[in-house]
Structure formats: C-alpha cells, structure tokens
Design a binder for this molecule. Structure first.
Ligand code: GLU
Length: 279
C-alpha cells in the first residue's frame, strides 16, 4: 500500500471515529429529557391514553374492599374512592378496572406495573416511602384487637408474651404488636378472611389489625368484638410507583375536591356510619 493510500485510510478511520463519538455524545445530551421511567407524568399519561384506571383494592376486607362471592361485586370505601378518582381524573366514575391485592402483594403488584395505584387500607410509613410514593392521608385508623366475646383480653395491656395473636402478612400490625409486647407469638395469614377463620377456629386469642377493619369483621359475626383503645396511628394513603408525582398530584386534587364538595363526608358516612372526626 502506498503512503498516500495509507494516509487516506487513516483519515477515513479517524473521521468514522469522530462520527461515532459525536453520535454517542448526542445520545447523552438528548434534549427530549431521558427515558420514560424518569418522566414523572408517564403513569398519568398512560392512564389517560388507556382511558381507565387500574386500581389494586382488597377483596377480603369488609367496609374497604370486599368481594361478594354471589354477585362477584367488590364493594367498600376504597372501591368507592377508586370510582371517585376515575371521575376526577378521567371524567367518568365507571372507567375503573379493579384488581385484587393483599397486604403482602400490594407493593410488588404496584412496582411490577400490574396496577396504577393501590387503595387498600395502606398505612403511610417511612419504610414504605422508600419503595412507593403516597397521596395525602385519606383515612385515619388505629390498630386494635378483635376477640371472642367474653375473652379475658380486653385491650393491649392484657396481651402478654404467652398470648397468640393472629395477623395478616405484610401488615404494619405485626411489627407494631411485637414492639408493644416483646416476645408475643404471632401467627401470620395470607389474607384477613383466613386470619378471621383462624380466630373462629381457636388458633389464637386475638386478631390484630386496624380498628376500622376489625369493625367490619365484628359486623360479619356478632360473637366477636373489638376491645380496648387503638394503640397506634395508621394514616391511610393511596400508593403509586415511586417518582410518579404527576399522578400523586392528580390524586391529591381529587381528594381535595371531594373534601370541598362534601362527597368525601358522604362516602365516610356510607361506610363508617358517622362523619369523620376532625383532628
Ligand atoms: N393499615 C395497616 C397496613 O397498612 C394494616 C391493614 C392492612 O393490612 O392493610 O399494613
């Protein structure tokens, strides 16, 4: 190869290298603002394009989300909240698809993209805030105990390390009671109906979770009652995938509007039977 040819080849190679490097640097400085994951309105845009909200709710929790095995209908405070948000975000309360979540599956289902949001008796905690984002508080509950009528347990002060307590996996209730009563025995179930059946079968002396959920169980069977004062604060929030601030803002706007127009109080009275206490 002549020197001239060698020089032209070198020149071509250098030009190709410059072009490749140039292409790389344009990708890095892409003015479109990066990938879909970093777009804080991506989930909200997807909901609007799809034309419906996909909401994770409980199917085993009377008053919040309970599936009637006969009619197949899922009903409760959280379900009505899903419809109200569909109205606020999409202009039609019927544009909702419900999917079942449990206390254990709700965060994985949200982060897998199975649901847009979770409205499922979910307490806002610092630990959970590392995994998901939350709306403003939409319900105030507190942890309590459900026992068979006539039980010697009449409040948290009667629970000892020898007591067997029943609870649902993934609920804050487990850590809370273990902290209040070190060494207490806790049997964990996949959902609340299984935990309640275990209480009825005498597998433990008390079932623990939020008072609002326990009142729903007591309403299902008059042989059981909620005892003692709530011993924790459980502020419920609507969870969305981390970083989806556009969706959180849309949800918070819906909540604010519902509080302003009286529909939040109506919903509360419908399921809880009295007006919400102002804190
Ligand atoms: N609110 C509590 C929690 O988020 C207990 C109720 C539930 O299991 O959903 O864990």
């Amino acid at each position: 190869m002549s020197n001239k040819k060698r020089f032209s080849l070198l020149l071509i190679c250098m030009m190709a290298l410059v072009m490749v490097l140039g292409a790389c640097s344009t990708t890095k400085t892409n003015p479109s603002g990066g990938s879909a994951e970093s777009n804080t309105a991506a989930q909200l845009d997807q909901i609007k394009q799809r034309g419906k909200l996909i909401v994770g709710v409980k199917y085993d929790t009377k008053l919040f989300g309970l599936k009637d095995p006969g009619s197949g209908k899922v009903e409760g405070f959280d379900v009505d909240m899903a419809h109200a948000l569909a109205k606020s975000i999409l202009g039609d309360e019927n544009k909702v698809e419900l999917k079942e979540v449990t206390s254990k599956t709700r965060i994985p289902m949200l982060n897998n993209g199975d649901v847009d949001m979770v409205i499922a008796t979910m307490t806002i905690t610092d630990a959970r805030k590392k995994e998901v984002d939350f709306s403003d508080v939409y319900f105030q509950a507190g942890q309590s105990l459900l026992v068979k009528k006539g039980s010697p347990i009449q409040g948290i002060e009667d629970v000892t390390a020898d007591t067997t307590i029943l609870a649902a996996k993934g609920a804050t209730s487990i850590d809370n009671i273990e902290e209040k009563v070190p060494g207490v025995k806790v049997l964990e179930f996949d959902n609340y109906q299984d935990a309640f059946n275990a209480l009825k079968a005498g597998q433990g002396e008390a079932l623990t979770t939020d008072d609002a959920i326990l009142y729903g169980m007591a309403a299902q069977d008059p042989n059981y009652e909620v005892v003692g004062k709530p011993f924790t604060d459980e502020p419920y929030g609507i969870a969305v995938k981390k970083g989806q601030t556009g969706l959180v803002e849309a949800i918070n706007k819906g909540l604010t509007d519902m509080k302003a127009d009286g529909s939040y109080d109506e919903l509360y009275k419908k399921w809880i039977g009295k007006a919400p206490e102002s804190k």
